[in-house]
Each structure stands twice: as structure tokens, then as C-alpha cells.
Design a binder for this molecule. Structure first.
Ligand SMILES: *[C@@H]1O[C@H](CO)[C@@H](O)[C@H](O)[C@H]1NC(C)=O
Ligand SMILES: *[C@@H]1O[C@H](CO)[C@@H](O)[C@H](O)[C@H]1NC(C)=O
Ligand SMILES: *[C@@H]1O[C@H](CO)[C@@H](O)[C@H](O)[C@H]1NC(C)=O
Ligand SMILES: *[C@@H]1O[C@H](CO)[C@@H](O)[C@H](O)[C@H]1NC(C)=O
Ligand SMILES: *[C@@H]1O[C@H](CO)[C@@H](O)[C@H](O)[C@H]1NC(C)=O
Length: 318
């Protein structure tokens, strides 16, 4: 009986793992790709800082396989950053009173504009981007050749940081735009748009303006010849592929689970049958305790009803 239980213990968690796997694929995948993109862009941003002047922005070249992304870096003393803020760091307006933790003497502000890569890295199912995803992150400036630096926490203690988006795409009729903020784990949180193109934040992360996609067909109907200013960008091929793979994975995982469970049930049934047979055999070997009666001078088994010979179920041949 030791074997069956251990086998069940082995098979059940396996089934659960398969299920969990197919559900988790997407979030785990995008979460880690955002983190590696941040690390990659930090490295590129720092490469633009060769003997940098304090408080002067430097545009960095995007890596060639990420054309369309722009990055900017600026080194600051953290004391003056807190005291004066930064009037305009591309779309970001950083007020006074923004505190960076843990304390560093100098920091590098890194700006990211993910451009046409926004949906690739920050896929937000059910929403359409009206502006690119912009990132504002801070790092320790002590070693400008350091890589894989952890982000510093940036928090506004007074006024919030404003993000004024340029060229927000116009809205489909009857819809409301929302600001979206992604924390470093890629978790999205929404807030309202101010003055048509501005989002507020009290901390670092990634920001954009989105609108809920119109459910069945996201492409609005329009008379021929008109330009659709707010047509959602077509989903990228890679994105579609990911979706297809997730569906295929889920279906395969489900089928595999079904097979495993069926096998388990079949196996348990067989086991039960075998146990029954074992019992019967054991009973036959040890001799069933039959009621005995004295008939004349011989002992003979008695039964209340006529007994048929015990037959093993599996030995029936129909
Ligand atoms: C771009 O190339 C680098 C290596 O130079 C690689 O680590 C990174 O994953 C690539 N990114 C994409 C999106 O292909
Ligand atoms: C973004 O545009 C550039 C060219 O401007 C192109 O090389 C790149 O593949 C595009 N990225 C995506 C995700 O389509
Ligand atoms: C910043 O980097 C310097 C040099 O690498 C290091 O000594 C210091 O501990 C770092 N500060 C923080 C807060 O990580
Ligand atoms: C700066 O970082 C680079 C790369 O990690 C390392 O090789 C170098 O020793 C560091 N310098 C200092 C002064 O910590
Ligand atoms: C997300 O937004 C809601 C409502 O705006 C807010 O109550 C909540 O604290 C936010 N979550 C985080 C992690 O900031």
C-alpha cells in the first residue's frame, strides 16, 4: 500500500503544476522582460554619461535592436534634486520635495520613451495606448560603469510629479482616457487624466494614457477615404504569437491533465479490484470460517442459503 499513495502524491501535484503553468506564462514572461529592458536601458543611458556635467541631460543611443526607444540620462546631486526638482525632463515635471531612497550622494535620472515598443513590453489587454509608455527611474550615480543597478525609490513628499504627454491620440467618441501607472513589477494602476494630456504620480515607474478598447471590433467604422486618427495600432506579431502559444499551451495542458486524471482513476479502480481479489484469495487460502454443524459423526459446513462457488470477477469470459 506504500506504492499507491506515493504515486498519487507524485501525480496530483504534477497536474496542478501544469495548470498553474499555462495560466502564469504570460504575467511571468512580461514581468521579467520589463525588468530586463530597464536593466538594459540603464546600461545604455549610463554609456551616454562620459564626464557628465551635473544637471545637464544627455540623450543616449538606443540599442540597434530596439530602434524606436529613446533614452535620456541626467546626473544630479540628490540634495539639489530634492531642493529644486527638475523643471522639465522631457515630459516629466519634477517638483521640489521628491525624496530618493536609499540615500545616495548623486543620482542619475533615466528617462525612457518606449515608442512603438510600448505594447510589446507593457501589453495591457483590453486597452489601447493613446501615448507611448514613458519611464522615469533613478539610480545610484556613484559608479557610472555599473550595470544591473537596482532602481532607487523616488517619492514626492509635496506636490506630485506631472507627466505632460505630447501628441496624445484623439479619443474614440464616448470613451474616457485614463492614466496608467506601472510599478516596477509591471502591475498597472489607473487614475484620471488632467487637462487632456497630463498624469500625476507620486513615484517612479512607467506611465501612459490609455482608453478601454471597444469590445468586439476595436477598429471604428468610417466612411471610405477618411483618416482614422485614433485607430489602435495593430497588435504586433510577437504579441499574437504569445497569445496563440498561451492558448495552445492551455489546451495541451488541459488535455494532458485529463489523460493523467483518467489514468489515475483507471489505475485506482484496478487497484481496488486487485485488493478485492487479494482479500478473496486470502479468505480462500485461510479457509473461510464457515458455520459448522455436527451431522451424525461428521462435521460439515452449513449455510443458510445455497452457496455458489466463489468465482473471480476477472475470470468471467462472456
Ligand atoms: C537586444 O540585444 C541584446 C544583446 O545585445 C539582447 O540582450 C536583448 O535581449 C535584445 N533585445 C531584443 C528586444 O531583441
Ligand atoms: C519600431 O520602429 C522601428 C523603426 O522605426 C523598427 O525597426 C522596430 O522594429 C519597430 N518596433 C516594433 C515593435 O514594431
Ligand atoms: C552607490 O554606489 C557606491 C559605489 O558603487 C556604493 O559604495 C554605495 O553603497 C551605493 N549606494 C547605495 C545606496 O546603494
Ligand atoms: C564600477 O562598476 C564596474 C562594473 O560593475 C566595476 O568593474 C568597477 O570595479 C566599479 N568601480 C567602483 C569604483 O566600484
Ligand atoms: C491604485 O489605485 C487605487 C485607486 O486610485 C488606490 O486606492 C491604490 O492605492 C492604488 N494602488 C497602488 C499600489 O498604488
Amino acid at each position: 500500500m506504500g506504492l499507491p499513495r506515493s504515486l498519487v502524491m507524485l501525480i496530483l501535484p504534477m497536474c496542478c503544476l501544469f495548470l498553474a503553468d499555462s495560466v502564469m506564462v504570460r504575467s511571468a514572461d512580461t514581468g521579467s522582460s520589463m525588468r530586463s529592458l530597464d536593466a538594459f536601458l540603464q546600461e545604455y543611458a549610463y554609456q551616454a554619461l562620459v564626464n557628465p556635467k551635473t544637471g545637464v541631460p544627455y540623450d543616449a543611443a538606443a540599442p540597434s535592436n530596439l530602434t524606436g526607444i529613446s533614452i535620456r540620462a541626467m546626473r544630479l546631486r540628490s540634495g539639489s534634486f530634492r531642493r529644486y526638482g527638475v523643471d522639465s525632463f522631457k515630459e516629466f515635471e519634477i517638483p521640489t520635495g521628491v525624496i530618493v531612497r536609499p540615500y545616495v550622494e548623486r543620482l542619475v535620472l533615466v528617462y525612457q520613451n518606449l515608442g512603438n515598443w510600448s505594447e510589446e513590453y507593457y501589453a495591457l489587454p483590453g486597452y489601447t495606448y493613446l501615448a507611448p509608455v514613458l519611464g522615469l527611474l533613478a539610480y545610484n550615480a556613484s559608479n557610472l560603469s555599473a550595470t544591473n543597478l537596482p532602481e532607487l525609490e523616488m517619492r514626492a513628499s509635496g506636490d506630485p510629479i506631472h507627466v505632460k504627454f505630447d501628441n496624445v491620440k484623439s479619443l474614440p467618441d464616448g470613451t474616457v482616457a485614463k492614466c496608467v501607472w506601472f510599478n516596477l513589477e509591471g502591475k498597472a494602476n489607473f487614475s484620471s487624466v488632467e487637462s487632456g494630456n497630463t498624469c500625476s504620480t507620486i513615484q517612479h515607474g512607467h506611465f501612459s494614457i490609455v482608453v478601454e478598447s471597444i469590445a468586439p471590433s476595436p477598429t471604428p467604422l468610417s466612411p471610405p477615404g477618411t483618416v482614422i486618427p485614433n485607430a489602435p495600432p495593430p497588435p504586433s506579431k510577437k504579441e499574437n504569437n504569445t497569445r496563440v502559444w498561451i492558448i495552445v499551451g492551455s489546451v495541451l495542458g488541459g488535455a494532458l491533465l485529463l489523460v493523467l486524471v483518467s489514468l489515475l482513476i483507471l489505475w485506482l479502480r484496478k487497484l481496488k479490484q486487485r485488493n478485492k481479489m487479494d482479500q478473496m484469495e486470502r479468505a480462500a487460502e485461510s479457509g473461510e470460517p464457515l458455520q459448522m454443524a455436527i451431522v451424525g459423526d461428521t462435521k460439515a459446513p452449513t449455510a443458510t442459503v445455497t452457496r455458489t462457488q466463489p468465482t473471480l470477477e476477472t475470470e468471467y469470459v462472456p
